[in-house]
Write a protein that binds this ligand. Structure first.
Ligand SMILES: [Zn+2]
Length: 269
């Protein structure tokens, strides 16, 4: 049951018939892992903290730089040279002291990230490079944790939900869209080279926060998760493209599953 203080604080969302007190209780029990706290992750974290999510884990090894402030609006000039995770923790604590925040100021190995993913109800990929995106995708698929992906560059943003918590995902995984095997041809988008519009990043980060609340309040995503969303910040048009699983995907394809089953058999006593 919500306390009087909680009821007043969250009244605007608790009063939504689909949300209610039970939805708020689910939100307050929520444990969300945010990997990358640049423009996407910091925007998502602010909304999730404000909504009363119980626990946020922030992972990033960057420090705040002057060129970040144009779009990463959680940070202040006094935060320059501070670790982003610590600067964001201060902002979040000032916003909602009831939200537990844990920070990780370094990149995680597979085993460390595995543990963090296993503890989380939802994982947000707010990273800015293909290597990390593939690592998060692979580990979330193995751990059957829902993954909410977004990216932004120039005037364009991309968003997708991979609900690995469902028994069979027909919409595939991040690797179905951009196979790791083609990593040599993938060039990491760089905001410093191409540029990026601040509100485009904020829009995508807020989409990630909204999708996270869907999962916490309703225990599932109430929108179709087989769509890849592309936002054009010049025309303000969203395009939605169907995603289907690639049977040959190295992560979620049929051969990958057979290989995984075969390996399991071999190591079983
Ligand atoms: Zn796949």
């Amino acid at each position: 049951m919500l306390s009087d203080e909680q009821f007043i604080r969250y009244q605007r969302q608790v009063s939504l018939p689909e949300w209610g007190e039970s939805g708020q209780e689910q939100v307050s029990k929520g444990h969300v892992l945010i990997i990358g706290v640049g423009g996407l992750g910091s925007a998502a974290a602010l909304y999730l903290c404000a909504a009363g999510v119980g626990k946020l884990v922030l992972v990033d090894d960057d420090k705040v730089e002057i060129s970040n402030l144009q779009r990463q609006v959680s940070y202040r000039e006094v935060d320059l040279e501070k670790p982003k995770t610590e600067a964001l923790k201060t902002q979040l604590h000032a916003l909602n002291a009831h939200c537990q925040i844990r920070t990780v100021g370094h990149r995680l190995s597979d085993s460390q990230l595995n543990l963090e993913i296993a503890l989380a109800d939802v994982v947000l990929d707010c990273s800015d490079n293909f290597e990390t995106r593939h690592q998060i995708n692979r580990l979330c698929f193995e751990a059957k944790r829902p993954l909410i992906f977004a990216s932004a560059i120039g005037w364009q943003g991309q968003f997708a939900v991979f609900d690995f918590s469902e028994p069979v995902s027909l919409s595939g995984c991040y690797s179905c869209l951009l196979p790791e095997a083609s990593a040599g041809r993938q060039v990491n988008d760089s905001c410093s080279d191409i540029g990026v519009v601040g509100p485009v990043v904020g829009t995508l980060g807020n989409y990630q926060a909204l999708a996270t609340l869907h999962k916490l309040v309703f225990d599932h995503f109430v929108f179709p998760t087989n769509l890849f969303h592309v936002f054009d910040g010049k025309t303000l048009v969203w395009q939605r493209l169907s995603m289907t699983r690639d049977n040959h995907c190295a992560i979620c394809g049929d051969n990958a599953r057979l290989r995984s089953a075969h390996n399991t058999e071999r190591i079983s006593p």
